[in-house]
Design a protein around this ligand. Structure first.
Ligand SMILES: [Zn+2]
Length: 356
């Protein structure tokens, strides 16, 4: 009975299309899906300069672009995507907040923390060979989640993603709330490289979908209760009506009466079926999730180069310690890009997650 529909992913060529449309909507453009992998947008005046036109016909698939004269293909490397990314980043900057502390130093027991946070399978204990601090941007994607059933309910769902690793950071929000962030940094540090915003957005979107499912489930409990109540009442009513009609039919002395009663029974059954469908539609839960706004949190983090030994080979990789959460974060598997807290040596060359 529940159905989580992603207002953004209904469209268009996966992550890239979703991202561009979300940024345009967020910026006040009028966006309409025209069909598979094709959308049009009418831009507000403030965006015309960024996109070079007031009206955009966007195709998110090469074939669709070829079939639609006048459409612009939106894909990695296309000017339109670049313009959308610039716009998205600008929003991030508008609401960029800084950790109020000075440059963090590595915690004394960092090696122990790394060992507790990450499992190195078939390796000797990890050693830290180098540490440095750099500013890391965390993006907080804020989504509006609308749930519909017998009434409408709106909630804000937020997902924090580490912009450097592309890994969700669920513990950060609560810790950040307890701080008084600064408008400018109190530290002077280099910046850790950022992954493309469209990719971070795709990570946030899949996270928020799970959150929306959970919210819909909560909401459904109440909806289910009312659904059962209405179904029970309807059943009592129709069962009573039909039983009465059957009695009348059986007691009928002439065939005309008996036939009329039979017709009434059939009509009551049909009515009941329609009523059941109405109730089902009334209490079906639908969820719609839309990107609302983006906030960037700048956090000076400690990076540590970790060396482990597997047989006779030495393997190295970098882990990240976040001073706000006090946590060594999960690492990104170099093969599949998934977050992991468990690594194993592969081909004596790199450390990869257990999926390989
Ligand atoms: Zn992997």
């Amino acid at each position: 009975m529940s159905e989580v529909r992603h207002a953004l992913s209904r469209s268009q060529g996966g992550g890239v299309g979703d991202f561009v449309l979300a940024v345009l909507r967020r910026s006040g453009a009028l966006v309409e899906d025209l069909g598979y992998a094709i959308s049009e947008a009418v831009l507000p005046e403030s965006l015309v300069q960024d996109f070079g036109a007031e009206h955009l016909l966007m195709a998110f698939d090469q074939e669709v672009a070829a079939e639609n004269a006048g459409s612009a293909l939106v894909a990695h490397g296309s000017p339109l995507l670049d313009a959308a990314v610039r716009l998205g980043v600008r929003y991030g900057r508008h609401t960029r907040l800084y950790w109020p502390g000075m440059e963090p130093s590595p915690p004394r027991n960092l090696a122990r923390r790394v060992q507790d946070a990450i499992e190195y399978r078939r390796c000797r204990s990890p050693q830290i060979t180098l540490t440095w601090a750099a500013e890391c941007l965390y993006y907080l994607f804020n989504f509006t989640c609308t749930l519909w059933s017998y009434d409408k309910q709106e909630t804000l769902l937020s997902v924090a993603v580490n912009g450097h690793t592309g890994i969700p950071c669920p513990g950060l929000g609560q810790r950040w709330e307890a701080l008084v962030p600064a408008d400018s940094p109190a530290y002077e540090l280099g910046k850790a490289a950022l992954r493309p915003l469209a990719e971070l957005y795709a990570v946030a979107r899949s996270e928020v979908e799970a959150q929306a499912q959970a919210a819909a489930l909560d909401y459904r409990r109440e909806s289910d209760r009312l659904f059962k109540r209405d179904t029970r009442r309807t059943r009592q009513y129709y069962e009573g009506t039909i039983a009465e009609l059957i009695r009348r039919k059986e007691a009928a002395k002439d065939p005309g009466r008996s036939e009329r009663a039979e017709q009434q029974i059939q009509a009551a059954r049909l009515d009941w079926k329609r009523r059941r469908e109405d109730i089902l539609a009334r209490y079906r839960v639908q969820a719609d999730v839309r990107l609302d706004h983006l906030v960037a949190w700048a956090v000076p983090c400690v990076f540590a180069k970790v060396r482990v030994q597997h047989k006779s080979s030495l393997l190295e990789h970098v882990v990240l310690y976040n001073p706000v959460t006090g946590e060594v974060e999960p690492v990104r598997c170099p093969r599949c890009g998934k977050a992991t807290r468990s690594l194993a040596p592969a081909d004596d060359k790199e450390l990869v997650c257990p999926e390989h």
